[in-house]
Design a protein around this ligand. Structure first.
Ligand code: PRP
Length: 218
């Protein structure tokens, strides 16, 4: 059936976008232009399938989807939890697996055990706050950072950090370790509420195909 309307898909720039495109390709949705490592373009169109991709900062993907400027988004569960936007989470695509953890030097274990008033540095202040206040019932000071969070306990800005651990090498190379695991994470497909109603057939089929391709990718 010919499609009139473009379906817009927001991808989190970087590793997740690359993996997402591999899954789209498995479903015959290609976008050669996007593979050019030197391109500075942010919007890419597949005219045949009437699909438009755009690349956004991970933290902005849920925003574009909530406001309906993107019908669909692919982004990490960490970002979804942190942003707390109003959207449908329709699929766990299985890639980008990692864990949200409380990390620090081994000496910080005692501080956590005794619920001491500690400083927690994180790129994820909402997740950190929810974990310490609502799950652990521990009062802490949360310090928002924008990256290289592992620095904080080393230079004395905080006692621990809340951050993503994938291979664990950043921690190891900086003398830190996982002290508590908050939750597992992976890449998710999210959909705008209105789009889900208006383009239900098309979106449902795409979600199903992407899940299948993700399953095959294992
Ligand atoms: C992420 C995360 C950790 C690291 C974990 O940082 O914040 O620092 O990767 O990965 P690993 O367990 O495989 O070492 P990212 O590379 O996104 O950079 P950033 O800290 O500057 O945001």
């Amino acid at each position: 059936m010919p499609q009139n309307r473009y379906l817009t898909i927001a991808l989190a720039k970087g590793r997740l976008a690359k993996k997402s495109l591999e899954l789209f390709e498995k479903n015959g949705i290609t976008c050669e232009e996007m593979k050019d490592p030197h391109t500075r373009k942010l919007i890419f169109v597949n005219e045949e399938k009437k699909i438009r991709f755009f690349l956004a900062k991970a933290g902005d993907v849920p925003t574009y989807v909530e406001y309906g400027t993107a019908d669909i988004g692919i982004v990490g569960e960490d970002t979804i939890l942190e942003e707390g936007r109003n959207l449908y989470e329709v699929a766990d695509l299985g890639f980008g697996r990692c864990r949200m953890c409380v990390c620090g030097p081994p000496t910080a274990r005692e501080l956590l055990k005794h619920h001491e008033m500690i400083r927690v540095a994180s790129k994820y202040p909402k997740i950190a706050k929810d974990y310490f206040y609502n799950k652990k019932h521990q009062t802490v000071e949360i310090i928002k950072l924008n990256g290289s969070v592992e620095l904080a306990p080393i230079v004395g800005l905080s006692e621990v950090i809340v951050d993503i651990v994938e291979t664990g090498s950043t921690l190891r190379e900086n003398g830190l370790e996982v002290l508590e695991v908050i939750c597992p994470l992976s890449a998710r497909m999210v959909v705008n509420h209105v789009s889900m109603k208006m383009e239900n057939e098309r979106i449902t089929a795409l979600v199903r195909d992407m899940k299948e391709a993700a399953g095959e990718a294992g």
